[in-house]
Design a protein around this ligand. Sequence first.
Ligand code: SIN
Ligand code: FE2
Length: 212
Amino acid sequence: MADLFGDGKPPREDLAAGAVLLRGRALPAAALLEAVETVTAAAPFRHMVTPGGFEMSVAMTNCGRAGWITDRRGYRYGATDPASGRPWPAMPAAFQALAEGAAAEAGYPGFVPDACLVNRYRPGARLSLHQDRDERDYAQPIVSVSLGLPATFQFGGSRRADSVRRIALDHGDVVVWGGASRLAFHGVLALREGTHPETGAARINLTFRRAL
Ligand code: SIN
Ligand code: FE2
């Protein structure tokens, strides 16, 4: 089991205190990608605007009881999709099961997400270094699932000036961070051109959180 995928990468890697990378944990991904289709049919991807007025290069939507949004008024969670006025689509069972299982495996038993941010990166899209800090309870971890095209994930410390590691994330990889790493700065470098058999010219990221 040391080399589950024959690519020399261990299935589990500790990234920092409280932060774990579970390689291939989301495979097979067909049911997850089907659920992404269901969610985005009801709540399509859109490019949100930061409080500073910049349109994000990553397209986003949400499912679950709470959805993360940004606009000129700020960052926050809301129960409804501002584009439609309707509640966000329910969290698919396959999402819930993966998030809870991966969290438990990483050392966070009892994690029950109420929010899933769905991020779509096209080639060139990027996410600059930030902390996830709009949630109520920082004792709850973050579970982040990578699907489709590979990406370079940046993972630093709790201060912006801390050194940042670069980690190659592939289709099916899951990163869980909590505890001493809960407020770690993280980001994604500009996605490289490419086509993935299951997602086309895109990377899909599912970020699960306990928001409320
Ligand atoms: C995020 O920080 O919301 C997304 C991280 C990722 O796409 O891997
Ligand atoms: Fe984040």
